[in-house]
Design a protein around this ligand. Sequence first.
Ligand code: FAD
Length: 321
Amino acid sequence: MLNFPKVTEKIAASDKTLFSFELLPPLKGQNIENIQKTIDPLMEFDPAFVNVTYHQEEFVYRNLPNGLIERRTIRKRPGTVGIAAAIMFRYGANVVPHIICGGFTREETENALIDLHFLGVKNLLAIRGDAQAGMKYFQPEKGGHAHAVDLVKQITNLNRGKYLEEDLLNATPTDFCIGVAGYPEKHIEAPNMDSDLYHLRKKIEAGASYVITQMFFDNAKYFSFVERCRAAGIEVPIIPGLKPLASLNQLSTLPQTFNIDLPEALMKEVRKCTDNQQVRKLGVEWAIAQSKELKAAGVPAIHYYTMGRSDNIAAIAREVF
Ligand code: FAD
């Protein structure tokens, strides 16, 4: 069986900044080749780990002939277990599946964790998940977790051989290394940064051993976040997440979706662009400058959000790693 190191072991064993990236699973109906197109150009940069996101099922509404409306669940992006296995075995890559609270009961979560353990997956990112499409607020599944900290506790229990079935004797403990999400510009629902850091610390105390940040376009936000985390007693590695700006449309969608600011210095340059191609080129240049500064500051890894395309990430990696 393939034997992968934990993300924290990779970081501890390296004296340089590591390269990693995040993939979206293919949409339902697409084939694995769709994500191979994203992965292939990035493998030459020797990613320390490759994250695979998970997304809740979505609903569609259909008008019935009798005038009633039927709500049907669709699985827009099939689960990560199969994708994780496909990537591991095709590329020998250290895959980090995202495990989310949304849409899962505790039992379903446990089953997914058992599958991943059997596959030899060592690393997970434990997150709550976004509110379902069309819903304003996050709704946990009945019998599921309301916050990522509870999911971290469940995984930590499994790492101690404590399954949901309490009378299970001599159960094999899993050995997952758990990552969690952090927000240099604050999570949108948090009343203030201190409160957000309080809950981040709770996730670490529950057993998480590293943080990957939400994307940011101003490194000062990351450096100040790390400083505040350290002051709040959060000592684990904090991996910066970067996404190169790629279209004019993202000037409004990124701040709205991820609760982040685009710095004025970047906006000044964007205003000179007349089409998406120019924005994409600028996005690469901006991310290269961000990456070089982060690397010079000795960050443990830089994690790139591909959002389904990787030509721009490859262009950045070529300059930085
Ligand atoms: P939590 O840690 O639960 O925090 C959510 C909010 O609740 C915060 O405001 C926090 O301060 C507060 N809070 C936390 N615990 C408590 C508590 N016990 N009581 C009261 N308040 C509390 N989404 C997906 O759907 N799929 C993905 O694959 C995915 N991958 C991501 C990867 C990264 C690196 C990041 C940064 C985000 C990702 N997201 C993903 C988005 C994420 O699911 C959302 O940002 C979600 O709204 C919050 O997730 P969380 O794990 O930070 O939640």
